[in-house]
Design a protein. Structure first.
Length: 411
């Protein structure tokens, strides 16, 4: 794709043209058995193998003519702008654990770093024992392996920190402390990188929590938002008002999901694989509900904050979705009738597919039953390895932020 094409996406299944990924890097080497829970990994990935798996994932996308952008390359390029560097350094050092002496020292060191070095410091983090020379009381009292700047191992899951909604990008607001800083970096990419000059943003990291894994573009104008461990009721309320005000959507379906790690995002439960087909975790498929949210046309208001929302009583999710999408049925491809297999494959992100086009989906190879069922339903499945990538709990959808998809015809 040339830089002159317009980024944006209005569905989960329009032909994928450009995607932003993050190749696993030194931030994963920061994980230890003592910090992996806090940093939201279920184990310690073998980093070299995770990189191999990720390179194969990126190549499989390129083989289908998808342009792959890397988050760290975009960030380094954005850091050519002095204001972007200043902003990144100030926000990364805002934590109250540093104290003034150490903050001043680190700010000076980071200002002296090259753009590429700055990217590494801000993504891999800075450990206390990496600051040499004794810089006051705080470094002396902190443990050697305490982080002064936390590493960001979950950058791998680019889906969560930004979401394109038509021609705008939502900067999300991540709920878990270990991930909060990610959106400060994605915001810089979209505001300071020349490729995205003029892009308008919605939401923002200072707002109520909304994570990209909870946001599913079911069809042009219809957006499902999971509300559970990550996205909050207040988050979906603010997002809905902005979407309606900017005419990015006419309907939002607010979908309550269990507040558990296994179902941390709506896209761990279901993903679109065709314009009218979803793969859905069978164990919850029948109990998923949705509140249909629309804007009251009588009171449009002047700004997003004035939009008055109409909230319907809950209905079965697939029923509410089909109605909003203007189709007879949103077909459910389930992940197996045996609840144990379904639970295992859901945990291993079998439902977390990335559509490259209608009826073409990428999926982890390990989830045999789910993949067989997808194929039996007419979906081409591009299988990728993910034994190490999956240790952070996230599949092909979580690991990708579509930057450009072909639009679908509007209903
Ligand atoms: N959309 C997704 O489900 N993303 C996966 C995020 C995994 C990450 N370790 C987390 O706990 O946030």
């Amino acid at each position: 794709m040339s830089d002159t094409r317009t980024p944006g996406a209005d569905s989960e299944v329009g032909t994928l043209r450009t995607v932003m990924l993050h190749r696993p890097g030194p931030e994963l080497k920061r994980l230890t058995p003592r910090n992996n829970d806090r940093l939201l990994f279920d184990g310690l990935p073998w980093v070299a193998r995770a990189q191999e798996e990720h390179d194969a994932f990126a190549q499989a996308l390129r083989d289908r003519d998808v342009e792959v952008l890397y988050l760290t390359e975009l960030l380094t390029e954005a850091f050519e702008a002095q204001h972007a560097r200043n902003h990144a350094i100030t926000t990364a050092l805002a934590g109250l654990h540093l104290g003034d002496t150490l903050r001043t020292y680190l700010a000076s060191a980071l200002h002296d770093a090259s753009p590429a070095e700055l990217t590494t410091y801000l993504t891999a983090g800075i450990r206390n024992d990496e600051v040499r020379g004794g810089h006051g009381l705080v470094t002396s009292l902190l443990a050697a392996d305490d982080f002064l700047v936390d590493p960001l191992p979950n950058l791998l899951f680019t889906r969560d920190s930004s979401v394109w909604l038509r021609d705008r990008v939502a900067i999300t607001s991540l709920a878990m402390p270990a991930r909060r800083r990610e959106t400060q970096l994605t915001e810089l990419i979209y505001t300071a990188h020349p490729r995205f000059a003029g892009t308008r943003t919605v939401h923002g990291w200072h707002h109520e929590h909304v994570e990209g894994g909870d946001v599913l573009l079911l069809s042009p104008g219809v957006i499902a938002v999971g509300v559970g461990e990550r996205t909050t009721p207040a988050g979906v309320e603010r997002l809905a008002r902005q979407l309606f005000h900017a005419e990015l959507a006419h309907t939002v379906l607010a979908v309550p999901i269990a507040q558990e790690r296994a179902t941390m995002h709506l896209d761990t439960i279901c993903t679109m694989v065709d314009v009218d087909k979803m793969v859905v975790y069978a164990n919850v498929a029948d109990s998923l509900l949705a509140h249909t949210v629309t804007a009251d046309p009588e009171e449009p208001g002047d700004g997003a904050a004035d939009v008055r929302l109409r909230v319907a009583e809950p209905e079965p999710f697939l029923v509410a979705a089909a109605k909003a999408m203007g189709i007879d049925t949103l077909e459910q491809i389930d992940t197996g009738l045996d609840p144990v297999t379904a639970e295992r494959e859901q945990w291993d992100d079998g439902n977390n597919t990335l559509a490259l086009a209608p009826r073409v989906a990428m999926a982890y190879e390990r989830n045999d039953e789910t993949n067989d069922r997808l194929e039996a339903s007419g979906i081409e499945v591009i299988r990728i390895a993910g034994s190490e990538l999956g240790s952070g709990r996230g599949g092909p959808r979580c690991m990708s932020c579509p930057v450009e998809r072909d639009p679908l015809p509007r209903a």
